[in-house]
Design a binder for this molecule. Structure first.
Ligand code: SF4
Length: 194
């Protein structure tokens, strides 16, 4: 069975199948993401943590890469996913599912020795916004359930999707698909928004 990348399948499930990428915008986003990851790594290492960048995980045929997996050498491990985009309600579900999937895989492989702390980081103006999920919290149980749902489904599901519907989202601002019937209205909406 072919391997399944958590991030790309979540993106494919939520994103518009007609999205036409703008390489300039994407390159800038990649650069911003790398620089954010480097900055966070430097800051955490100054605080005594040891960080693995692009930490690979696999679970059956499911695979993924965690931006940063950081620890002080004790039983606590920070699973950090960095997002170069601003925090938005339309993005957070995808990001949460990605973080949930990675956390679920690590919890499965660990056998209860470690205390994992999943964290999403967004850019917030010139600052960084850290969203941390505490282990004792209700959100932790939801995160693990969602992670299980995504990973266990990915292991067996057919990766082909027949969904062919336009999906209006923040991606429309960067989309180059001039044949899209929603393109004009999304640009107008954007121009009018603050
Ligand atoms: S502009 Fe149209 S094709 Fe592009 S992402 Fe938005 S809905 Fe999809």
């Amino acid at each position: 069975m072919s391997s399944r990348g958590v991030r790309s399948i979540i993106e494919r499930t939520f994103n518009c199948p007609y999205f036409k990428k703008n390489n300039d915008v994407l390159e800038k986003a990649y650069d911003k993401h790398s620089s954010m990851v480097e900055t966070i790594k430097r800051v955490l290492e100054k605080k005594g943590m040891d960080c693995h960048q692009e930490f690979s995980i696999t679970h059956g045929n499911v695979r993924g890469k965690i931006d940063l997996l950081c620890s002080r050498g004790d039983d606590e491990e920070y699973i950090i996913e960095v997002k170069s985009s601003k925090f938005s309600r339309s993005r957070v579900m995808k990001d949460f599912l990605q973080l949930a999937s990675y956390t679920y895989v690590l919890v499965q492989q660990d056998k209860g020795n470690k205390r994992f702390i999943p964290v999403l980081v967004y850019s917030y103006g010139s600052k960084l916004l850290f969203l941390k999920v505490k282990k004792e919290s209700k959100l932790w149980s939801i995160l693990i359930k969602f992670g299980e749902m995504v990973v266990e489904n990915l292991k067996s599901a057919d990766s082909h999707t027949s969904r062919r519907m336009y999906v209006i989202s923040e991606l429309c601002y960067y989309c180059l698909n001039d044949n899209c019937p929603f393109k004009q209205s999304s640009e107008e909406d954007h121009a009018g928004s603050k």
